[in-house]
Design a protein around this ligand. Structure first.
Ligand code: HEM
Length: 266
């Protein structure tokens, strides 16, 4: 039997947690602790997101739209916190970053395994993205990423739920958005997924802005990438059909489209 009395510190492993922030600059630069805390905090929030995404996939597969919606609300709030916490790094003066940047070596956010796991579990399957992953890992995805790629994604669970309701093409999506009939619950799930996509877009855009204000437009990242690479990722969508159906609604509403790419019409 465990005779140690459980305390706040022992339950949450606070001593272990607080031992993990180890600035590498010598002597420690006063801004490096903030830099480490924000990155570690985001990894913790990513852990919770990953956990919740799996539960949402199961709920969607079981047509549990009400509970999926409640959990998606939490997930979307979590993404808000993550964005806010990254924003706190906007206070990092550009010269201060330069003073400890060399101590980061080749460590880069692009190596965040949890970030990639989230992209894959959410359902990002853009050819350009998959190609970049292949190049990054020399054609062999590390085990956690290969697992996420093989798992049922949020986008697949969403498409499956839609198919069970008879929605399987863009016209069907537009009909559903014009009048969800008795399935307002699923309509609200779809809009919560658009919120999810939107928060990711905002995270990517604000990360680009953060990089620009701390490193300018032309620096090479510690992972070797140019800022243009990060800018290209801002067009990724987990649920492209939920964005494409807006085009269809514009046309049905009597409006005109400026340009309608081939891949968005099917
Ligand atoms: C001053 C703060 C930051 C700077 C200057 C910065 C800089 C960069 C740069 C230059 C890249 C491109 C890859 C490379 O060559 O390294 C990158 C990628 C990345 N960073 Fe940051 N970053 C900052 C904060 C953060 C924070 C707080 C996170 C949160 C976890 C983060 C996560 C990522 C991720 C996930 C990528 C890969 C994005 C992708 O491939 O789509 N970064 N960062």
């Amino acid at each position: 039997m465990d005779t140690d009395e459980l305390t706040y510190g022992s339950y949450l492993r606070v001593p272990e947690l607080l031992a993990l922030q180890q600035p590498r600059s010598e002597p420690p630069h006063p801004e490096e602790l903030h830099f480490i805390v924000v990155h570690q905090a985001l990894e913790l929030w990513m852990k919770l997101l990953q956990h919740d995404l799996g539960r949402i996939v199961e709920l969607l597969d079981g047509d549990g739209f009400g509970r999926a919606l409640a959990l998606l609300g939490r997930v979307n709030h979590t993404l808000e916190h993550a964005l806010d916490q990254m924003r706190s790094l906007h206070s990092l003066p550009p010269w201060d970053l330069q003073q400890f940047r060399s101590y980061l070596g080749t460590a880069s956010g692009s190596q965040s395994v949890q970030f990639r796991e989230l992209e894959l579990r959410s359902g990002l399957r853009e050819p350009a993205y998959l190609k970049a992953l292949e190049i990054e890992y020399g054609g062999r995805l590390p085990e956690p990423l290969a697992t996420r790629l093989a798992q049922r994604s949020l986008a697949e669970a969403h498409a499956g739920a839609a198919a069970r309701l008879g929605i399987d093409d863009l016209a069907g999506w537009a009909d559903f958005y014009v009048d969800p009939g008795p399935r307002t619950d699923f309509y609200l799930v779809c809009e919560a997924l658009v919120d999810y996509d939107e928060r990711w877009i905002r995270w990517r855009q604000e990360h680009v802005a953060l990089v620009q204000r701390t490193l300018g437009d032309h620096a090479r990242g510690t992972g070797g990438m140019a800022i243009a690479y990060l800018q290209r990722t801002t067009r990724y969508r987990f649920f492209p059909v939920l964005w494409a159906l807006r085009d269809e609604l514009v046309v049905r509403g009597g409006g005109q489209l400026v340009r309608r790419p081939e891949h968005e019409t099917s």
